[in-house]
Design a protein around this ligand. Structure first.
Ligand SMILES: NC(=O)c1ccc[n+]([C@@H]2O[C@H](COP(=O)([O-])OP(=O)(O)OC[C@H]3O[C@@H](n4cnc5c(N)ncnc54)[C@H](O)[C@@H]3O)[C@@H](O)[C@H]2O)c1
Length: 462
């Protein structure tokens, strides 16, 4: 009898909403904003007629940037830096072949040779393409030197680095943008336009991923930095390609914000084998699970599912699924849209498993044609496809970065986007190391997440 009374008492308290199990979420500290600083929402800087760029890190990705940036109107590469001197020489040769002026400063040979590039007077933007561990010190010093920074993905690896970049951008009023190219892929840009025009009703759930079998690449990274990082750290260490495009659809820190995250991973089945083959040593310990899944909830009651898998022969996928109250979009594995179809009552057949109208193939193209993204002029699309970089999206990213700097406009991605997209790595690790407990996602804007309503591209008045 006592047990029944106890049960009813607990039930009554829970039903009244006044009894939450203690410790059901891991709190994430938010450092106080340093005195005198303000947020950088909508940050603008003086227009720069010709954007002078210093590129640091001239490996696979940096070399791609050297091939693209000279084609961007109003951009000029004035400085190059890599630890390895021969890589600087190779990039100089690319510029020469393109008929572009030689950079005025070249730096190499020392771990911190990039200091010279950050200090160089004729550099407005420091464009960072090094391995992950070097992103943060270079970006911090560049902003201290008064430069804008663009940092490859993931820009920051832990919460200290994330808050460090936010504080430095707020203090110096310099742009600090992550080079998340996937928001500029054609399907994503068109689908964002569709979502913003309400085609899917209210978007309530999204999915993003980085599923990419990196077998052909492991040997290519300088000093084995990527496999080494995966070997040491659990969690979704490469979340930004998956989460970036879907956060734009959800207007994260432009009317909604992520609040809670939960993560689960498989054990590492392949990691140790791959590391053993790669290093020739008997590797037994490998922290990163082959497959990591992270669920995130937002203030407005929406959900995101983000996956990471670089260890299996699963086909390449960034997932990109958008689920709305009235429609659905998916890029992988098969690009398609589904919309509700109004049918007369006598044509509704309950035996059909699904009764929505599906758009794929030619019908998909026709539907997309009515939703051209506002920034994607036909000329930009043509040049982007010609110059290339993941089919053109890398060029559009560079173009938009330089365009906004030239016109003194806010960039498409600010330091809070960088923070939100990067925080999945350290916070998923916290969740995993605590039995998949929910972890609080902080408000990186420190109070301003609801000030701007809806994601918008800034455009110059012509
Ligand atoms: N956005 C994308 O689609 C995409 C694709 C691939 C890689 N990336 C990112 O680009 C970055 C670079 O990747 P990668 O594949 O080119 O790696 P990589 O190993 O080919 O190149 C890294 C380069 O950094 C240089 N470097 C290392 N320490 C340095 C230092 N102290 N100073 C100057 N240079 C230094 C190395 O010499 C090397 O040339 C990573 O952040 C990666 O995640 C992004």
């Amino acid at each position: 009898m006592k047990r029944i009374l106890f049960f009813f008492a607990v039930f009554a308290l829970l039903a009244a909403g006044c009894c939450k199990p203690a410790g059901n979420i891991i709190k994430t500290p938010v450092p106080a904003r340093p005195a005198g600083q303000q947020d950088v929402i909508g940050l603008t800087a003086d227009p720069i007629e010709t954007v002078r760029i210093g590129v640091v890190g001239l490996g696979m990705r940096g070399t791609g940037a050297i091939e693209r940036l000279p084609h961007v109107p109003g951009a000029v590469i004035t400085a190059l830096c890599d630890l390895l001197p021969y890589r600087v020489e190779e990039s100089k040769a690319i510029l020469e072949k393109l008929g572009k002026p030689a950079p005025t400063g070249c730096y190499s040979g020392e771990q911190e040779s990039w200091r010279g590039l950050c200090e160089q007077e004729d550099v407005d933007l420091v464009y960072i393409c090094t391995d992950w561990l070097n992103h943060y010190p270079i970006a911090m010093y560049a902003m201290e030197c008064g430069k804008h920074v663009a940092i490859e993905v993931p820009a920051a690896l832990d919460m200290d680095e994330i808050w460090g970049l936010i504080n430095m951008s707020e203090k110096t009023r310099r742009h600090c943008m992550m080079l998340e190219n996937c928001i500029y892929d054609f399907f994503e840009m068109t689908t964002l336009e569709m979502a913003q025009r309400g085609l899917f009703g209210e978007v309530i759930h999204v999915e993003g991923a980085y599923c990419h079998n990196l077998d052909p690449f492991w040997d290519e990274y300088w000093n084995n930095w990527r496999l080494d990082y995966n070997q040491k750290f659990r969690g979704d260490v490469y979340p930004t390609h998956g989460i970036g495009p879907v956060c734009q659809v959800l207007d994260i820190h432009r009317g909604d914000r992520m609040t809670t995250l939960v993560s689960m991973d498989t054990k590492s089945f392949n990691g140790a084998k791959i590391a053993s083959n790669h290093t020739g040593m008997d590797v037994r310990e490998f922290a990163n699970g082959d497959e990591t899944s992270t669920l995130i909830r937002t203030e407005k009651g929406k959900t995101l599912l983000i996956e990471h898998d670089v260890m299996t022969p699963r086909p390449y996928s960034r997932m990109y699924q958008v689920v709305g109250t009235d429609g659905y979009a998916a890029k992988y594995p098969i690009p398609q849209y589904c919309l509700r179809e109004e049918k007369p009552a006598d044509q509704v057949d309950a035996k059909h498993i699904s009764d929505e109208k599906t758009y794929s193939g030619e019908e998909l193209k026709t539907l997309q044609a009515g939703y051209r993204n506002v920034i994607l002029t036909e000329e930009l699309e043509r040049v982007a496809k010609e110059v290339g970089g993941h089919g053109g999206m890398d060029f559009i990213m560079d173009y938009r970065l330089v365009y906004c700097l030239r016109h003194g406009l806010p960039l498409d991605m600010d330091v809070y986007d960088l923070a939100e997209w990067c925080c999945v790595a350290p916070l998923s690790r916290v969740s995993l190391e605590n039995g998949s407990m929910p972890v609080e996602v902080p408000d990186f804007t420190r109070g301003a997440w609801n000030r701007v309503k809806g994601f918008k591209y800034a455009l110059a008045e012509e």
